[in-house]
Design a binder for this molecule. Structure first.
Ligand code: IMP
Length: 210
């Protein structure tokens, strides 16, 4: 079969005008950020360290990464590539805040796992632990399915706001109790693709309600 290299290249490379449009839109996006709390370099450095730790801890075990959608998809993709072991992936989707910034305490499963986890070594990958209600519910639910082991790897945990005791074996960052976006986390479905974690300018919330 013929390979149309030239054609593929013209699809993948934006024209100068469209590239300019894309980058200025991205700039406007980043201007909504008030403060960068965790830089891209800090995130990547920590992920490499935890990846090493997981590679050692799960050696010889049948590892299944379970990502909590949508927030964990960016973290999970980067993390998994630093774990030098064979592994499988599955995902759950749970209800999030929507466009609000406060937890409702009500957790709803929107998408369950595709496969059984009986006898598997499950590592639950979460973006952020705030009140801990989501994680607590998920752990309780997954335990009833009798995995061989069940641990949590959370990118961030907010300090001093947890409402339930939780055992988080792998936690990369502790942050103050503020609403953050980026690196998978959203506000009204935006900002997930920022490579860092930051807070939003107050105008962004004001503009959203007006
Ligand atoms: P928790 O049940 O209060 O621990 O909240 C956990 C879930 O709420 C996370 O998985 C996120 O989807 C969402 N969440 C909590 N804090 C933030 C935040 O600061 N920014 C964006 N989403 C958040």
């Amino acid at each position: 079969m013929e390979t149309h290299v030239g054609h593929e290249r013209s699809v993948g490379t934006p024209s100068h005008a469209s590239f300019h449009r894309l980058s200025s839109q991205m700039e406007a996006h980043q201007n909504d950020i008030e403060q960068v709390l965790i830089t891209e370099e800090q995130i990547q450095q920590k992920i490499a360290e935890v990846g090493e730790q997981l590679s050692a801890d799960y050696e010889g075990r049948d590892l299944l990464l379970v990502g909590v959608l949508k927030g964990a998809f960016v973290f999970m993709a980067d993390l998994s590539r630093h774990v030098r072991l064979p592994m499988e992936f599955d995902f759950m989707a749970v209800s999030s805040y929507g466009a609000a910034t406060q937890t409702s305490g009500v957790v709803r499963i929107l998408k369950d796992l595709d496969h059984e986890i009986l006898g598997r070594h499950v590592l639950l990958v979460e973006d952020i632990v705030d009140s801990g209600l989501t994680l607590s519910y998920l752990l309780k639910n997954l335990r009833t399915r009798r995995p061989a082991s069940l641990e949590v790897c959370a990118l961030m945990q907010k300090t001093g706001v947890q409402q339930v005791p939780l055992d988080i074996k792998y936690r990369l960052f502790e942050i103050p109790s503020v609403f953050v976006v980026g690196y998978g986390l959203d506000y009204g479905e935006r900002f997930r693709n920022l490579p860092f974690v930051g807070t939003l300018r107050p105008e962004v919330y004001r503009d959203a309600v007006s």
